[in-house]
Design a protein around this ligand. Structure first.
Ligand code: SF4
Ligand code: SF4
Length: 435
């Protein structure tokens, strides 16, 4: 199981990071160069060591100040520091605990509270709301309004053009029509897996979800898409909304009945990290604790799963020069770096080029690139310098959020590289080989 990033506290109780976690930091500074915000700003308080120092101060009675909140808000929660740290500091669960504590303390305006509650409680977990939002997005794009807004630079005076550039494409038909269905293995059935399709991804990454099902089928999997599945709760957790995340976890555990499957598959590294941590999230819920542990033990990122089985090698060539950008929640959250590279290298015709610092965050980080757009763009520009240096014409990654960010990067700072999920590249190889 992945190293847990979750809180060691009862759901909803915002106590801040555990002192035992804070005490593990020996202030050596070996994590500093792995931190994108420190690399950009060179400010100690925007480094992992500096943030831990500030968390410790708060744990020992200091006030939660605006400056403290600002330094923690700027953290991407990418967990690059966790991988770099020789002392095993569990930074991921510390930043989530600190954010839950800030959330309990932060006085938001009534409008901000209502808007937040609406998005987190009534949009992300609701199929009807997501479909309505997806339809509105589709109209914005299909009627040419988006082209007009971009072409005339209408959002530039409001500083919103870069955020709009990150808008995903609404992909019709949405993937919702597949939820509740079972897709048979192609040729002999060797595995039976459940697929969790995400929330926003059903609208904006419908083709990726379909490709994931096809690739699994091609690899002898019967793919069940449980009808009652919902949002995994990752965005709620990252925003300090632990109780809601727990409630979504219970819904997914009931929906999947994981003991009936060889694996519970996700194609989103961010979701996978959270799904693997349901056991930790519900540890104090006696009714769900054991089921949550069993569920998490079955969760596999789709690249992790495919690299662990006898991969179907009946592929045709895909003639691209590809580089791979690690998704933080896969590389640092789940410690999976080899599997996606291994899958890419297995594709005939594909020339693989490793980029420098591939495991440094691209600036996507959930909704970070929207709420902290300026810093996200600085980080992205630097990332694209590394991508451009490889000469690759395709950037592969393993998380929908990273795909959006890198897609914007390719347009704004790159050479128009194509961006695809590793599974989409594999799907091309299998489809090329189909009669
Ligand atoms: S978090 Fe780890 S690497 Fe960073 S200063 Fe503390 S002990 Fe050193
Ligand atoms: S999680 Fe990422 S941004 Fe935050 S302190 Fe660690 S390396 Fe820096």
């Amino acid at each position: 199981m992945a190293a847990s990033s979750l809180l060691q506290l009862a759901p909803g109780v915002a106590q801040g990071p555990a002192q035992s976690d804070l005490d593990r930091c020996v202030h050596c500074g070996l994590c500093l160069n792995a931190c994108p915000t420190y690399r950009e700003l060179g400010v100690e308080m925007d480094s992992p060591r500096g943030r831990i120092y500030q968390m410790n101060e708060v744990a020992n009675g200091a006030e939660i100040t605006r400056s403290y909140i600002r330094h923690l808000d700027l953290c991407l929660a990418c967990r690059g520091c966790e991988t770099a740290c020789p002392s095993g500091v569990p930074y991921g669960r510390m930043i989530e605990a600190a954010r839950a504590q800030i959330e309990a303390h932060r006085g938001r305006s009534r409008f901000a509270r209502v808007l937040r509650e609406f998005v987190f409680d009534h949009v992300l977990p609701s199929r009807a709301s997501m479909q309505a939002a997806g339809a509105a997005l589709y109209l914005y794009q299909a009627t040419g309004l988006q082209r007009l807004v971009r072409g005339l630079g209408l959002l530039r005076p409001f500083g919103a053009a870069e955020i709009e550039a990150l808008t995903p494409t609404a992909e019709i038909p949405f993937f919702y029509s597949k939820i509740g269905r079972t897709f048979p293995a192609i040729s002999e059935r060797r595995h039976r897996v459940a697929f969790l399709a995400g929330c926003v991804a059903n609208v904006t990454f419908a083709r990726l979800n379909e490709a994931t099902v096809r690739v699994l089928q091609k690899n002898g999997c019967e793919v069940v898409i449980p009808a009652a599945q919902t949002c995994c709760g990752a965005l709620h957790l990252h925003s300090g909304l632990n109780q809601k995340a727990c409630s979504l976890a219970r819904t997914n555990i009931d929906a999947v009945q994981s003991r009936e499957f060889d694996a519970v598959i996700t194609n989103a590294a961010g979701c996978g990290s959270t799904l693997k941590e349901y056991g930790a999230l519900l540890r104090s819920d006696m009714a769900y604790r054991d089921q949550a542990e069993a569920f998490s033990a079955k969760v596999k990122d789709v690249t992790e799963f495919l690299a662990s089985i006898n991969l179907n090698r009946e592929m045709k060539s895909v003639h691209v020069v590809a580089t791979y950008q690690d998704s933080c929640h896969l590389a640092h959250g789940q410690k999976i770096k080899t599997a996606p590279r291994q899958l890419l290298r297995s594709i005939p015709g594909l020339i693989y080029k490793e980029m420098p610092m591939a495991d440094l965050c691209c600036g996507s980080a959930g909704i970070y690139n929207v709420v902290e757009n300026e810093m996200a763009m600085r980080i992205l520009e630097r990332k694209m310098q590394h991508v451009n240096a490889t000469g690759a014409n395709l950037i592969a990654t393993a998380n929908p959020g990273c795909m959006l960010q890198l897609g914007a990067g390719a347009r704004m700072f790159g050479a128009g590289q194509q961006v695809q999920h590793v599974i989409e590249v594999l799907d091309r190889a299998y489809r090329n080989s189909s009669p």
